[in-house]
Write a protein that binds this ligand. Structure first.
Ligand SMILES: Cc1ncc(COP(=O)(O)O)c(C=O)c1O
Length: 353
């Protein structure tokens, strides 16, 4: 049975595409256009992305975040390489081995931390270990970090720069999984350039689907020289759509006129409202700081079950190690309204005992 959108806090993927993206698809749906990316939308997208990120980048739209991450990493790491990432990274837990498949077997080396962020000292120690092990260990090849993280936290620019500097010191290129990059960006309140290449990021998986696109993500290389032969990787992976305009026009609408920022601001504001409200629920305990649009909170089992019975949808999050109660994840999106949040909070107050 479907869940009403207003009661669905399961993910930011449960939303419809936003109006500007749908309007752009409709507008693109006329006349002929060059195929396989030789169209005016793709050309304009490159120009707009260069403007937005203030650099001479190369951008490659694909249809899913898994493709963006896996293809980006396959460009950075050889089959005998090691990719440092957080142990809870989407590439580790949720991509069915696609990064390993597309890299031809590179090893994902998950580093632990309670909040989804990798610390420079951890990376340093892991690289030192690899160096000591020599030929017996995979060769340190890349760092992949997620912004905002899988735990809803956001690296500050200082944290980002310290981490990427450590990776660069050892010659590792840096990939950012930006499935929720816009949410991090509005949280940081800085320019897209400052949040990426000026902070040491070489390749970004730019997410758009969770934040209002129908199905569009992109691999962005801030140094186009790093993208050599990437077009062939994308084609080989089946992500070079013949009617490519439908992919590019979504990203164009997303990046133009601040749509991505407006959408992310709404999602983050609703998460903050929800977190503030939850703080007043006696049985609720925050599990993570709420920096973007995901909330991890521990609630008593009877409250969680009552909310589920009332038709609210969210995920129980067994990865949280809490001693009592149930940890759940609530996600807000551009489509979440203040009324949706207040409705949830009213129900939580009512069932709290
Ligand atoms: C952190 C992160 N990266 C990437 C993705 C993209 O995954 P998909 O292949 O489902 O588009 C997601 C989606 O859940 C995610 O949460």
């Amino acid at each position: 049975m479907g869940v009403t959108l207003s009661r669905n806090f399961g993910s930011d993927n449960v939303t419809p595409a936003c109006a500007p993206v749908m309007a752009a698809i409709n507008a693109a749906n006329a006349g002929s256009a060059g195929s396989y990316g030789a169209d005016e939308f793709t050309e304009r997208l490159t120009a707009v992305a260069r403007e937005v990120f203030e650099t001479d980048l190369a951008i490659y739209p694909v249809a899913t975040g898994t493709a963006a991450n896996s293809l980006a990493l396959s460009q950075l790491a050889p089959a005998f390489g090691g990719i440092y990432c957080h142990e809870s990274a989407h590439i580790v837990t949720d991509e069915c081995g696609a990064p390993e498949f597309f890299t031809g077997g590179a090893k994902l080396l998950g580093l632990p931390s309670p909040d989804g962020k990798i610390r420079p000292a951890q990376l340093e120690a892991a690289i030192a270990f690899a160096t000591e092990m020599g030929v017996h260990h995979v060769k340190p090849a890349a760092l992949s970090l997620t912004q905002s993280t899988e735990w809803g936290t956001v690296y500050s620019l200082e944290e980002l720069s310290a981490l990427t500097a450590t990776a660069k010191k050892h010659g590792l290129p840096i990939h950012m999984d930006g499935a929720r990059f816009a949410n991090a960006l509005v949280r940081l309140g800085c320019s897209p350039a400052a949040a990426t290449w000026k902070s040491g990021i070489d390749v970004l998986s730019l997410g758009a689907t969770k934040n209002g696109a129908l199905c569009a993500e992109a691999v962005v290389f801030f140094d186009p020289a790093l993208a050599e032969n990437f077009e062939r990787r994308r084609k080989r992976a089946g992500h070079l759509w013949s009617k490519f305009r439908y992919l590019s026009c979504q990203l164009l609408a997303y990046l133009q006129d601040g749509v991505w920022l407006d959408n992310a601001r709404q999602a983050n504001a609703m998460a903050a409202r929800l977190a503030q409200g939850l703080a007043k629920i006696g049985g609720a305990r925050p599990v993570q700081p709420v920096d973007a649009n995901e909330i991890f909170v521990a609630l008593p089992e009877n409250l969680v079950s009552a909310l589920e019975r009332a038709g609210f949808h969210f995920y129980r999050w067994p990865l949280c190690s809490i001693s009592d109660g149930v940890a759940i994840r609530l996600v807000t999106s551009y489509a979440t309204t203040a009324a949706d949040v207040d409705d949830f909070l009213r129900a939580a107050q009512q069932f709290d005992c």
